[in-house]
Design a protein around this ligand. Structure first.
Ligand SMILES: Nc1ncnc2c1ncn2[C@@H]1O[C@H](COP(=O)(O)OP(=O)(O)OP(=O)(O)O)[C@@H](O)[C@H]1O
Length: 576
């Protein structure tokens, strides 16, 4: 929790008020047994009603004061703990936005969700408890021991033996608890992971009739969560009876020795009552410790999971240099690349130049490194060796936001967000005008489809909205990239779901955008429209040139061409 002290700074005043009120409540609680002793010894035993009424009145008065303090303390504790959780959650969200793909690969989505929700809630609850009882309980123990010694040192000496034993036992439980609750949180990650995968792949689950299998998988994950939670709680709960047993024995001992002292006339009855009262208060405070330990153990585990995210080093450095690309010429110079944490070199010594405004088709078998090559341009990953230049400027010397802001990347899998069609296209450029949105949609060949939707550009997509086909989603993604008028457009197999006619129309429309286009495609029909084709094979650039050049020089390209021609012929024959 100490790691998060900077998050508490803005709430110093509220926290101080809450702590002050808590101390007020504590002081009243510690005064009660003293007043009670006074009422018994000077009022009841002396049969002096005025003493009983006077000190009884004082007791009621300070109790009301403590009650009001407790109420206001709760108000401040809730305010501070909720605001604290809100700030951390926001900070994690901002941090995750800065994560590189390597950073993200260390934290599965489900784990990030657990950290941002459940783990933060744990910290919030601990802070709330901290301002309410966590400090009060140990202070009540210390205060009660001091007051007992003040009332009668001989009787109070019992506490000096018993309490250190109990505290050592509690520290041991807390240490073990932290380990066990760490396990609970990671089991919760597992449950979230299974849940997330199931919900995302629900169509597949139904189509493959894998319901029973999924239920089993979920049960396995929740059972493990239940078992680890039960183990953790059991450990905490068994500490309670042991603790109560030790304290009750101590109180019995005080009563027994106190009785003898009263008979001898060394001690007054009120003093024994006061010490027993302090003993009961110590017991109740110590019994709160089992909850406190539970909260502290859980929050200790949660705090380390949260700081793991906050302290993650962003591996790719960004520079201040801002540069507006004029042309969009791209040069790869002996680039080799390996995904972090792996040893397979996926791109090997790649060199080529794409002149400004050209359309470059990237072809190659599955796993040949096409998408990897795309990821290097917006610096989603760092190269192992070599350099990537745009307009002859090395991309690692440019400000990252500035670089990415000038690139339109359309990923293999089209992702749309919940919101209107208009919002989804405008997502590519902040403050895009409606005219720009329409222009982008027209170029992406999706404008006519949008016009046929129930509320046109205002139609909602996603939850409670319309669902678009794979090809329509792809064109929406292209429109989103075009609206930012990028200097570099990267289409990662983004036209795969389009028919040949629509695809050619789209590629022709893109020529009006003065940008360099990289297009990953499996189709020779699209590649032949390009100015240049890059042919990759197992991470190596084995051929480069126009369709006409490659058909003469590359045996692999010839093979791809002939197999696709054969397929087309077979299709034509089949339709005839
Ligand atoms: N995030 C990743 N971490 C580690 N290895 C990866 C990652 N993404 C891809 N790879 C590996 O890199 C190699 C190249 O993958 P890449 O996605 O670039 O191929 P591709 O040519 O685009 O394939 P496809 O046409 O199937 O999309 C593959 O062997 C793949 O397993």
């Amino acid at each position: 929790m100490l790691k998060f002290s900077s998050f508490l700074k803005p709430y110093r005043i509220s926290m101080s008020i809450a702590l002050l009120l808590m101390l007020t409540e504590l002081a009243v609680e510690l005064l009660h047994p003293l007043l009670m002793a006074k009422i018994i010894d000077e009022g009841i035993l002396q049969e002096d009603l005025s003493v009983v009424i006077r000190w009884g009145g004082v007791m009621i008065g300070i109790s009301l004061f403590a009650f009001a303090s407790g109420m206001i303390n709760s108000f401040y504790a809730a305010h501070v703990s909720q605001s604290f959780g809100f700030d951390i959650r926001k900070q994690i969200f901002v941090k995750v936005q800065q994560f590189t793909f390597e950073n993200l690969s260390r934290f599965p989505a489900a784990s990030l969700i657990t950290r941002m929700t459940n783990d933060i809630t744990q910290l919030q609850n601990t802070l709330f408890m901290g301002l309410r009882i966590m400090l009060r309980a140990p202070l009540l123990v210390i205060g009660s021991v001091i007051m007992s010694f003040f009332v009668n040192p001989v009787l109070a000496s019992v506490f000096a033996f018993v309490i250190p034993v109990v505290i050592m036992m509690l520290i041991w439980i807390m240490k073990r608890g932290s380990h066990v609750f760490n396990k609970v949180q990671s089991m919760l990650d597992n449950v979230n992971d299974v849940l997330r995968e199931n919900l995302i792949g629900m169509r597949l689950v139904k189509a493959y009739v894998r319901r029973e299998h999924e239920i089993k998988r979920f049960s396995l994950a929740t059972n493990s969560l239940r078992d680890s939670t039960v183990t953790a709680l059991r450990m905490i709960e068994t500490s309670m009876p042991i603790l109560l047993f030790i304290m009750n024995i101590a109180i019995l001992f005080i009563l027994w020795t106190g009785r003898a002292q009263v008979v001898n006339g060394n001690v007054q009855v009120g003093e024994v009552v006061a010490i027993v009262n302090y003993g009961l208060r110590i017991t109740s405070a110590l019994s709160m410790f089992s909850f406190i330990i539970m909260f502290l153990s859980r929050s200790h585990a949660s705090a380390s999971r949260i700081s793991e995210v906050l302290e993650t080093k962003i591996d790719i450095e960004s520079h201040e240099n801002v540069h507006e690309f004029k042309h969009g010429k791209v040069t790869f110079e002996h680039v080799s690349f390996t995904y972090p944490g792996t040893d397979q070199v996926v791109l090997k010594d790649i060199s080529f130049t794409a002149n400004a405004g050209e359309t470059i088709a990237v072809m190659g078998g599955t796993g040949s490194g096409k998408s990897s090559l795309f990821q290097l341009l917006p610096r989603l990953y760092e190269v192992d060796s070599g350099r990537v230049y745009i307009d002859d400027i090395s991309i690692d010397s440019i400000n990252m936001q500035n670089l990415r802001g000038q690139i339109g990347l359309v990923p293999q899998e089209a992702v749309l967000f919940t919101g209107s069609v208009k919002e989804n296209v405008a997502w590519g450029k902040e403050h895009a005008s409606f005219v720009e949105i329409i222009e982008a949609a027209q170029a992406a060949q999706i404008h006519e489809t949008i016009e046929k939707l129930p509320a046109k550009y205002e139609t909602r997509i996603g939850q409670k909205g319309v669902n678009l086909s794979g090809g329509q989603k792809q064109r929406m993604s292209v429109a989103r990239a075009l609206v930012r008028k990028p200097k570099l457009l990267l289409l990662d197999d983004s036209t795969s779901a389009l028919d040949v006619k629509t695809e050619i129309k789209l590629l022709t429309a893109l020529r009006d955008y003065s940008c360099t286009i990289f297009l990953i495609t499996q189709k020779v029909s699209s590649a032949r429209e390009a100015d240049k084709i890059l042919l990759l094979d197992d991470g190596v650039l084995i051929a480069e040139g126009s369709h006409e050049e490659l058909i003469k020089t590359s045996s692999l390209y010839q093979k791809i061409y002939h197999s696709q021609m054969m397929e087309e012929l077979t299709d034509v024959k089949a339709t005839n």
